[in-house]
Design a protein around this ligand. Structure first.
Ligand code: NAD
Length: 437
């Protein structure tokens, strides 16, 4: 099929490459000249494991191209995927300007070029309930009845995006056009050969499924974060409680790991946007209001532990920080807990030297020269008063403790992701703080 993908970020690039790899012809459109320049030179502009090899394969085969020319993309594709940002707006609502402005541009192109061929506009961006119907209404108000709209929320996880796109747990598609649903279903058939379902529904259910999924996962993590804080007070070990709970098949093992709060480009903004929707429709999701609030608090608990250890005064203290990205295997720092943690340390007059396997360049955008950047994890430790672990990259799970001891002023670790074993840390002479243990 002939496709275009508008917005070539974490979702759009994986989508474009993923569809091209199944033999479709894909035109990727982006308006960021720096990103486009890299893509055209055959460089993947984001860190996403496994993406490069499929990207190169499909460029070689000529199945994927990159451009800023929306007109060309609209003219030459049957299906137009919108993978545009929907960041948090001022009042918590999703900012739909990228999506709706692009829809306006597409309409102008269709009218100006007198395009009469059938097309489908697919929203893959996470958009609040009502967005697809709004797009459909705008199209109809311009007498464009040959363009259908489909909601197709994306569930991929950064860090596992390629695998998730190739083998999705499920595909959700929503539309008022059965013909459009059938075409999108056909497009996805090669990805669900093992029998994973494609769910067809109306616009509203499809849009809400995405927000419900992210918000539920955020709530699950937040429950464990609050429970971990209680564990510390009552002398319980959250790891043991988690194992005991998670073995119940009604509960399951995943998303029960406490830490310093969830971050990223999705959970924080999606929780806030769903809260806004629930308020707008006067059907409160009060549980989510609490989730959002508790998560903000949770981002501060590690620094509170640090301050308590140093009797409230960390001015002039030097901290090594491992992990900047909002989670492992990505360079994405949007709404990362590391941002809150570093800002809190800096506000208190501390000095920070950070290391991350992928996100150092991203961090420079957020912090410039306010913090120091180390070329590797051990270099970050030199003369530091303590080590803070903020992102659970695998390479931090079994480090060389002799080097850590040698480089730190004293053997002191604050682990915000429970990456290390408290008993072992004690045995080898570290003072070790973690979450809920
Ligand atoms: P992103 O910021 O990484 O990518 C968006 C891209 O759109 C950028 O490359 C930007 O340059 C481009 N862009 C902006 N305006 C444009 C325009 N007018 N024309 C062409 N290109 C334009 O965002 P993302 O993380 O890929 O997220 C996109 C959407 O997918 C959001 O709604 C997000 O909530 C949703 N989503 C994201 C993830 C994720 O893990 N990142 C997962 C599921 C869903």
């Amino acid at each position: 099929m002939k496709l275009s993908v508008i917005g070539t970020g974490y979702v759009g690039l994986v989508t474009g490459v993923g569809f091209a790899d199944r033999g479709n012809n894909v035109i990727c459109v982006d308006n960021d000249p720096v990103k486009l320049d890299k893509l055209k030179k055959g460089i993947v502009p984001i860190y996403e494991p496994g993406l490069e090899i499929i990207f190169e394969r499909n460029i070689e085969k000529g199945r994927i191209t990159f451009t800023d020319n929306l007109t060309n993309a609209v003219e030459n594709s049957e299906i137009i995927f919108l993978c545009l940002p929907t960041p948090q707006g001022g009042d918590g609502a999703a900012d739909l300007s990228y999506v709706l402005n692009t829809v306006d541009d597409i309409i102008k192109i269709i009218i100006k070029k007198n395009i009469t061929a059938n097309k489908i506009v697919v929203t893959k961006s996470t958009v609040p309930v009502g967005t697809c119907r709004k797009i459909k209404n705008v199209l109809e108000s311009k007498n464009i009845n040959h363009v259908d709209v489909v909601s197709n929320p994306e569930f991929l996880r950064e860090g596992f995006a390629v695998e998730d796109f190739r083998k999705p747990d499920r595909i959700v598609i929503g539309s008022d056009s059965q013909e459009a649903l059938d075409i999108i279903k056909q497009l996805y058939e090669p990805f669900v050969k093992q029998g994973n379902p494609i769910f067809e529904m109306n616009f509203e259910s499809s849009e809400l499924t995405k927000y419900a999924s992210n918000s539920y996962l955020a709530a699950r993590i937040t429950f464990m974060n609050e429970l971990a804080n209680l564990c510390e007070k009552v002398g319980a070990n959250v790891d043991l409680v988690r194992q005991g709970m998670g073995s119940d098949s009604r509960i399951g093992k995943r998303f029960l790991f406490p830490g310093v709060g969830y971050g990223g480009s999705c959970f924080p903004k999606d929780v806030k946007a769903l809260i806004k929707t629930s308020r707008d429709f006067k059907s409160p999701l009060s549980i989510l209001e609490k989730v959002d609030q508790v998560n903000e608090y949770q981002k501060t608990v590690l620094v509170e532990k640090v301050k308590k250890h140093f009797k409230g005064d960390i001015k002039g203290k030097h901290f090594a920080l491992w992990g900047l990205s909002f989670k492992p295997n990505t360079d994405d720092m949007r709404a990362a807990s590391s941002i809150v943690i570093i800002n809190k340390l800096l506000e208190s007059g501390a000095v920070v030297t950070a290391y991350d396997p992928a996100a150092v360049e991203t961090a420079k955008f957020y912090f410039g020269n306010k913090i120091n950047y180390a070329p590797d994890e051990y270099a970050a430790l030199k003369n530091a008063d303590a080590l803070l672990i903020v992102t659970e990259w695998n390479e931090f799970r079994n480090p060389d403790f002799d080097i850590i001891k040698r480089e730190l002023k004293s053997p002191l670790i604050f682990d915000g992701r429970n990456t290390l074993d408290p008993d072992y840390m004690k045995k080898i002479g570290f003072q070790y703080y973690s979450i809920g243990r």
